[in-house]
Design a protein around this ligand. Structure first.
Ligand code: NAG
Ligand code: NAG
Ligand code: NAG
Ligand code: NAG
Ligand code: NAG
Ligand code: CU
Length: 578
């Protein structure tokens, strides 16, 4: 009688043994965790701690504040069954540091200053590559510098890649100005995020954990909208992908795709597990009502095309760091690295008791591998059965936004994206306009002006372009006719005007998705297309110059937000002039 159940268990036992054995070798004697071994939806979605970038006066009014946030090496639990992982974490102390870091809450019009401290040890926890332009401190240590993505702030506070510093400021980069960044928070309310930006190390410093959310709220204009609000119903979802070894350590391949040229660098990092707020495939219990989710794609290179398994729609209320004029409904949307979606989901309309947030974006996007059972799932919402009262609503109009006014643009620029390959056909590096980061500045917009940028993607990948300081509207996406002929000319002349872009940018027009028609700071540049954007280097609402010296050193940058591309070296300086 006892034999039968045991026989029944045998295949399961064999399956477990097989899945253990199926773990991949990491190339250095370690074993990688097979994502099939990690049970999904077992960890609860954490909420990151909050740091308030303002204080309240005696009369209850918010006033300017200063906070100190450090970077610490510590352990973090990414999943019930992954052993504690050594990470670099942001926090107000070692004990409270988290991955992602704390969410910084700021109030529109109330400045926040942050002193960023580096408490990291002398050695990095991940491999890097000295053959790409990289911050190299003479005295060792991990170079870091923090950029507030989407922020409108002075150059000295922009986290310029050459403004890096190591622990106790023992070594500093050539553009280092000081440890304290000043964020005036004068821009419209919306979603930002902060992350490391050190030269040649952005991809590894973010992989190690150096990123977090930042939100600017304006109660005066946002409260009347009556969107879902408060810590329970208005939540951040910070999404990224990582691979782990069986000992819990983060895995980044230490062998490059062209090891004789770049010993470690590879063109795109993709992790096996999808994490939200620092947990692999978490779950969140929700009530039958509306929720607002601010979804930040903090992956190095993975695009996400999100949908809900029960078909519930997303109502977009913002794009990147700005409100849309009117809400836009979608059942599926694409989010590139560092893009931010701001959506409302109404679980009261669900016909099921749970919903999986799914992803079906090929990687690399758009021509790479299809998603599988593991990277095709992101997290689970468990929908409570009880009815709840829901005073929130989605208004018909959100926030007026100025039109792009393309006719006022004073300058037209061309930004051509190139990928270079080795003899074996493997990518070696990528450049904007065939220029490295150190070549003299070519992009010098006048303060207060608007410009048209024609971004020409001559590669096979989709590259999310991010402009620091400026905000832009996408005017047109137009396919190149005879892309190979045009690319041929560009490879010889590197001059879009001489190569007659006007005669090639005549192909199919692809409409900009409605939920991305607002003012943005990142946009996905489709391969084989020219994307025309109107970039504004002034205060959005007034069109006036910035209330700080945007012309000061060390200036700004613009770059591809696939971090592996940005590091090698799809990034150029941007200098505002009078
Ligand atoms: C932070 O705490 C960890 C233990 O969790 C310890 O190993 C590390 O040295 C601490 N770092 C600092 C800078 O105190
Ligand atoms: C690491 O990269 C090398 C070179 O591209 C590749 O041959 C190897 O399979 C990779 N290792 C893992 C574990 O992915
Ligand atoms: C996240 O951003 C990365 C890089 O910017 C991009 O490659 C990836 O597709 C994005 N993923 C999602 C889910 O948006
Ligand atoms: C691109 O840059 C490389 C290296 O500086 C140079 O050799 C090449 O001539 C440039 N190509 C064009 C078309 O300008
Ligand atoms: C995938 C894809 O569309 N690739 C194209 C990218 O652009 C270059 C030149 O513009 C074309 O040669 C590729 O076919
Ligand atoms: Cu790129």
């Amino acid at each position: 009688m006892m034999i039968k159940p045991l026989l029944f268990l045998l295949p399961i036992l064999l399956l477990v043994l097989f899945s253990l054995a199926a773990a991949d070798d990491d190339g250095n004697g370690g074993l990688l965790i097979n994502p099939a071994k990690l049970e999904m939806f077992v960890d609860e979605l954490p909420d990151m701690p909050k740091v308030y970038g303002f204080r309240l006066n005696k009369d209850g009014a918010p006033a300017a504040a200063h906070v100190t946030i450090g970077m610490y090496q510590k352990k973090w639990k990414f999943h019930r069954d992954i052993p504690p992982t050594t990470v670099f974490a942001f926090g107000t102390s070692n004990e409270t540091a988290t991955v992602p870091g704390p969410t910084i809450e700021a109030v529109h019009g109330v400045p926040t200053s942050v002193t960023w401290e580096n408490h990291l040890p002398s050695e990095h926890i991940l491999p890097s590559d000295p053959t790409i332009p990289t911050a190299t401190p003479k005295l060792g240590g991990v170079p870091t510098v923090v950029h507030l993505h989407g922020g409108i702030h002075p150059p000295a506070s922009d986290g310029h890649s050459a403004a890096w510093f190591t622990s106790s400021f023992r070594s500093t980069g050539p553009s280092f100005v000081g440890p304290t960044s000043y964020y005036p928070n004068i821009q419209d309310p919306g979603n930002l995020w902060y992350h490391d930006h050190a030269m040649g190390l952005t991809r590894v410093n973010l992989l190690a954990g150096l990123l977090g959310s930042y939100v600017i709220r304006s109660p005066r204009v946002e409260d009347p909208l009556n969107l879902p609000s408060g810590p329970r119903f208005d939540r951040h979802l910070v999404v990224f992908d990582r691979s782990f070894r069986t000992d819990g350590s983060l895995f980044l391949n230490s062998t490059g795709n062209n090891p004789s040229i770049h010993p470690q660098w590879q063109p795109e990092y993709f992790g096996d597990a999808i994490l939200v707020n620092g947990k692999a495939w978490p779950s969140l219990r929700v009530a039958r009502r509306k929720y607002r989710f601010r979804i930040i794609n903090a992956s190095n290179a993975r695009f996400y095309r999100f949908s809900l398994s029960n078909g519930l729609p997303f109502v977009h209320v913002g794009s990147d760091n700005n409100y849309l004029r009117r809400p836009v409904t979608s059942t599926k949307f694409l989010l590139a690295p560092s893009e931010i979606a701001d959506v409302v989901v109404d679980f009261s309309r669900s016909t099921t008791d749970s919903a999986v947030l799914a992803n079906d974006a090929p990687y690399p996007y758009p021509t790479g591998d299809p998603t599988d059972e593991f990277n095709g799932k992101v997290m689970k919402f468990v929908i409570r059965k009880d009815e709840t009262t829901d005073p929130s609503r989605i208004p018909k109009r959100l926030m007026a936004q100025p039109p792009p006014a393309a006719h006022r643009a004073v300058k037209t620029r061309y930004v051509a994206m190139y990928e270079f390959e080795s003899e074996t056909g493997e990518p070696t590096h990528l450049l904007l306009n065939n220029k490295t980061f150190d070549e003299p500045i070519t992009e010098t917009p006048r303060e207060g002006s608007s410009e048209i940028w024609n971004v020409i993607n001559l590669t096979e990948d989709n590259h999310p372009l991010h402009v620091h300081l400026g905000l832009f509207v996408v005017l047109e996406q137009r396919e190149l006719e005879d892309p190979d002929g045009f690319k041929d000319c560009m490879t010889k002349k590197n001059d879009a005007v001489a190569c007659r872009l006007d005669r090639h940018a005549t192909g199919k027009r692809v409409p900009v998705p409605k939920y991305e028609k607002g003012w943005k700071n990142v946009f996905k540049m489709m391969p084989g297309y020219v994307t025309r954007i109107l970039v504004r280097f002034s205060m959005l609402k007034t069109g006036l110059a910035y209330p700080f010296d945007a012309k000061a050193e060390p200036g700004y940058v613009y770059h591809c937000h696939i971090l592996d591309h940005e590091d090698n070296v799809m990034m150029r300086p941007l200098k505002i002039i009078a």
